[in-house]
Design a protein around this ligand. Structure first.
Ligand SMILES: Cc1cc2nc3c(=O)[nH]c(=O)nc-3n(C[C@H](O)[C@H](O)[C@H](O)COP(=O)(O)O)c2cc1C
Length: 246
């Protein structure tokens, strides 16, 4: 007899989806990601839908402490374009973020990034990923294989969407198993990509899509305002409703 009090699968899945969040804080260095958890996360990725079932990815699992430390020494190149585009999406108060329903709070970023004319800081020691990688037991580097392209997909848009499905499957499984996860796009960017390629012997036909940092959060969750647009602000019934039109 099924337990009538047990939440049904849809309710459980809804909670996992709603509670999944970016765990950007430090992880507990004394707590490994168990092999069973890592296997479950990779298995969830394996069953992700991909366009034409092309499975256009490879994943490098980094759990070797000296390799993780070497990743932490990579120096992301600052990009003025990134800073300007980032600034345009910032909210400078919680009220502003709630009203917009999209983007991020400015306080998540260093003060030098919070000005409209911010430029990469070239004074002092070059920034590294050391602080982010410290205490992190596992990093997954997800590689995109453009040769496994679905037919009739200009610019391989469908392939890029497929990588998003892979990301989400792994993220939801990590959430379900109590493993924190943070996406790091930085590894595909200037200054880091070449270093990571040679460190991990990544062949030239593969591109670095994104990385996931996995681990158990150290301490209590940081209070963090998470916003989304309400459903009625992005759903259009039968016909596209232009905002403001009566
Ligand atoms: C394609 C993609 C790239 C992302 N890149 C980063 C990143 O480089 N660093 C980061 O901290 N979060 C990154 N994120 C996480 C988003 O910022 C985050 O999902 C969003 O702000 C919503 O917050 P939540 O994940 O806590 O719900 C990325 C997410 C996606 C889907």
């Amino acid at each position: 007899m099924p337990d009538a009090r047990a939440p049904d699968a849809a309710t459980c899945l809804g909670e996992i989806i709603r509670n999944r969040r970016s765990e950007r804080g430090p992880y507990d260095a004394s707590q490994a990601v168990e092999a069973a958890d890592l296997d479950a996360i990779l298995e969830a990725g394996r069953w992700a839908p991909t366009a034409h079932n092309m499975q256009n990815y490879e994943i490098v699992v980094i759990d070797d402490p000296s390799t993780l430390a070497a990743v932490g020494r990579l120096q992301p190149g600052g990009s003025g374009d990134f800073l300007k585009e980032n600034y345009a999406q910032l909210s400078f108060s919680e009220e502003e973020l709630i009203r917009k329903g999209t983007g991020l709070l400015a306080t998540m970023f260093p003060p030098s990034w919070r000005t409209p004319d911010a430029e990469p800081d070239t004074s002092g020691e070059p920034a590294t990923l050391e602080a982010t990688m410290r205490s992190c037991p596992v990093v997954l580097i997800v590689l995109y294989d453009p040769r496994r392209r679905a037919p009739a997909s200009e610019g391989d848009v469908l392939g890029i969407m497929s990588l998003g499905c892979l990301m989400q499957n792994m993220w939801l499984m990590a959430q379900a198993r109590g493993i924190g996860m943070q996406i790091m796009s930085v590894f595909g960017g200037d200054g880091v990509e070449d270093g990571l390629r040679s460190l991990l012997s990544i062949p030239s036909h593969l591109q670095i899509a994104f990385a996931c940092r996995l681990g158990h959060r150290a301490g209590e969750p940081r209070p963090q305002l998470r916003v989304r647009r309400p459903v009625d602000r992005f759903v259009h019934l039968n016909v596209y409703a232009h905002p403001g039109a009566s």
